[in-house]
Design a binder for this molecule. Structure first.
Ligand SMILES: *[C@@H]1O[C@H](CO)[C@@H](O)[C@H](O)[C@H]1NC(C)=O
Ligand SMILES: *[C@@H]1O[C@H](CO)[C@@H](O)[C@H](O)[C@H]1NC(C)=O
Length: 163
């Protein structure tokens, strides 16, 4: 249960490109809790010891770390765990990045069909979400601020299109 809870937030908040790509989607297509809890605990966590898992959960759940710091801390955590955790973690992150790139491409195709205003707004939001030198909360706040500045028409165009 704890792992599931952790893992939901994990899915939402780790990864390099993850946040970047889910971006316009931030407003819309965040996966539902039902879907998240159906996703299996990743192999690297299953093969970690209880104390390693605990450490991982604390790092992952620390709201004060910038995304870059968290990424580095998790990479170091995996290195300290050694194999098989480290190898499985590396594979997991690579797979996640691949999925993220596919999602980025999908979004690019969609956004390319929008009005110039919505495309510009999307670019601004991506500029924010690609900055890993901020905590997840700071990023969400900055994205929300940016979206709030948009004319309603553009806001709706962007959020509906990226749903
Ligand atoms: C995060 O920062 C707040 C405020 O400085 C602090 O109270 C809290 O203990 C910190 N949390 C962690 C997990 O470090
Ligand atoms: C990261 O952000 C902080 C605060 O916003 C800033 O002072 C610092 O220069 C930034 N560091 C990098 C490497 O961009």
């Amino acid at each position: 249960m704890m792992i599931f809870l952790l893992f939901s937030s994990f899915l939402m908040s780790t990864g390099y490109a993850q946040d970047a790509a889910v971006m316009p989607a931030i407003v819309s297509s965040t996966a539902s809790p039902e879907i998240e809890t159906m996703i299996d605990t990743p192999a690297f966590l299953n093969s970690a010891t209880d104390s390693q898992r605990k450490e991982y959960i604390e790092l992952e759940g620390n709201p004060n770390l910038t995304m870059e710091m968290k990424q580095k801390a998790l990479t170091n955590w995996a290195l300290r765990c050694g194999n098989p955790v480290n190898g499985l973690y590396t594979m997991y992150m690579a797979e996640k990045q691949t999925l993220q790139e596919q999602e980025d491409q999908r979004m690019s195709v969609i956004v390319a069909q929008l009005s110039p205003e919505a495309q510009q707004a999307d670019k601004h939001v991506r500029g924010i979400t690609s900055n890993l030198n901020q905590t997840k909360k700071e990023m969400d706040t900055n994205v929300a601020k940016q979206l709030k500045k948009l004319p309603k028409k553009v806001y709706y165009e962007l959020t509906f299109a990226t749903q």
